[in-house]
Write a protein that binds this ligand. Structure first.
Ligand SMILES: Cc1cc2nc3c(=O)[nH]c(=O)nc-3n(C[C@H](O)[C@H](O)[C@H](O)COP(=O)(O)OP(=O)(O)OC[C@H]3O[C@@H](n4cnc5c(N)ncnc54)[C@H](O)[C@@H]3O)c2cc1C
Length: 462
């Protein structure tokens, strides 16, 4: 059967939309969040349910098509799309079911975090995720997932109870602590290597109103604030999260006009406690280096989650670099300042996400995500709407990364890097890599799922 015949037959058995280059919807559907990515797949299969995912996997396999699997399409390296491939797009599988008594949440693989936050908030619950609510649940979870609730409740994967999956041979399995535990271990940090997750079952926590928002300081104060912060965040109550940022002030409310576009540093707080408790915890920094501006108020958790979404609409140019850090030395702080002063565009930024607390209390080999002994996950992102600036933002991110990498722990969060090759992936999984490669060989021996931060099946290479 020719490929075209296979596609025609596929269309007849597939319930969702199948888009080929001649279809009017194809152009918009091939795009991912990062506007720097410009790839043309052979077809896009917009799955309506698990049956569609199975049909798509079997068709791709039988016709020799490579597959790219897409959740929210937010991966920086554009791993949700590939030239000449079949994109298995899960976006239509979009449902959230909250079980308030059990505090569990069942999430379809096409959901964004805003879908989950919206559904859980009605029950006074939240699932730990990231800091931008437009990101996909699937990719963020499979990589680890770090954000405002990490210190208190762990990574997103530390709150994952089970997944439904379609494997490379088109079979359907459940993976949990009880069923296929090796697969469940692997998907908690192993990315999209092992199969297509069609739904996630999470544990949720009572989180409703939080005291949260940014404090900003002039760059002249940044070294002092960073030195204070490095001590503070290693002993602060786990109810208090704060990620550090080098950034430019967004040109809009609630930021005062005189600060718009000024390069500053900031900490975005999220306290799961009362305003009184939060103010007591934050009193030392307010009296030591009073912020030039702060917007720290009680707010519904979904409001915090969506606070920065408007700064980062889909289609901007992005270049990412990441690293893990155990400490923040005076020398490293100097490098941060040097490169913060060079931020090339106002949307470019550097964040240090604290992943100590509960994240550190999970063992290095308890899940595929191995860096349980670090304090921060750093991300440096060069961002701008104009493709003409792609070189400028890339060079800045690389320069910043090169200056800080020698101070790092070795690996990086897989969701904060571009496609950086096998060595970087091995450095990130450390002692867990061989076990992952063996599980890959068991569930995907032909490396059918290879458009990802790829782990080679053990028999292939290691
Ligand atoms: C603006 C922005 C802010 C971010 N902030 C955070 C943050 O605060 N915390 C954080 O942890 N991360 C953050 N990230 C990184 C984020 O975790 C990754 O971009 C992640 O890939 C997003 O998931 P996605 O489903 O949108 O990705 P996609 O691009 O759809 O997929 C990413 C990878 O996962 C695979 N995949 C996707 N869905 C499935 C599935 N159902 N089954 C199997 N494999 C699948 C894909 O094949 C691909 O390899 C942020 C990203 C952006 C762009």
């Amino acid at each position: 059967m020719s490929l075209q015949e296979a596609v025609t037959e596929f269309r007849s058995r597939f319930r969702g939309a199948v888009l080929e280059p001649h279809d009017p919807e194809y152009e918009a559907a091939r795009k991912v969040f990062n506007g720097m990515i410009d790839r043309k797949p052979r077809l896009i299969a917009q799955c309506s349910d698990v049956a569609d995912v199975i049909t798509a996997v079997r068709t791709a396999k039988a016709s020799g098509l490579q597959v790219a699997v897409r959740g929210g399409g937010h991966h920086a390296a554009g791993l949700g799309v590939c030239d000449d491939a079949m994109v298995i797009d899960l976006a239509p599988i979009r449902y959230v079911r909250v079980e308030p008594a059990a505090r569990t949440v069942l999430v379809g693989a096409g959901c964004k975090w805003s879908d989950v936050d919206h559904a859980t908030h009605a029950f006074g619950l939240a699932v730990p995720s990231g800091v931008i609510s437009s990101t996909g649940v699937a990719g963020l979870t499979l990589g680890g997932g770090m954000g405002h609730l990490s210190r208190k409740h762990g990574l997103t994967i530390d709150n994952l109870l089970s997944v439904d999956m379609v494997l490379a041979d088109g079979s359907f399995v459940v993976a949990s602590a009880e069923e296929n535990p090796d697969l469940f271990w692997a998907v908690r940090g192993g990315g999209g290597n092992f199969g297509i997750v069609t739904s996630f079952l999470f544990e949720a926590h009572p989180v409703s109103t939080v005291c949260a928002g940014p404090m900003l300081w002039n760059l002249e104060d940044a070294a002092d604030v960073m030195k204070w912060y490095r001590e503070f965040i290693t002993q602060a109550p786990e109810e208090m999260n704060g990620f550090f940022a080098m950034m430019s002030v967004p040109p809009g409310p609630p930021f005062p006009e005189e600060l718009h576009l000024r390069k500053m540093c900031g900490i975005v707080w999220c306290c799961q406690g009362s305003m009184e408790q939060a103010n007591t915890i934050l009193e030392p920094i307010r009296s030591y280096r009073p912020p030039a501006f702060e917007f720290f108020v009680p707010m519904p958790f979904p409001m915090l989650q969506g606070m920065f979404d408007p700064i980062y609409p889909t289609g901007l140019q992005w270049y990412w670099k990441g690293d893990f850090f155990r400490e923040l030395s005076d020398d490293a702080i100097e490098k941060h300042l040097e490169h913060a002063r060079l931020m090339p565009t106002w949307q470019s930024t550097m964040h240090l996400y604290p992943i100590n607390g509960k994240v550190n209390r999970v063992g290095e080999s308890d899940t595929a995500f191995s860096y349980r002994d670090v304090v921060w996950s750093e991300v440096i992102v060069g961002v701008d709407p104009d493709p003409a600036n792609s070189g400028k933002i890339t060079d800045w991110a690389k320069g910043y990364y090169n200056a800080l990498h020698p101070f790092g722990a070795g690996g990086a969060y897989l969701n904060f890097m571009m496609e950086e090759g096998d060595e970087r992936i091995r450095a990130t999984y450390r002692g867990n890599y061989d076990r992952l490669a063996a599980i890959k060989a068991k569930y995907d021996p032909g490396n059918f799922f290879c458009v990802n931060q790829n782990i080679k099946p053990a028999a292939f290479g290691s």
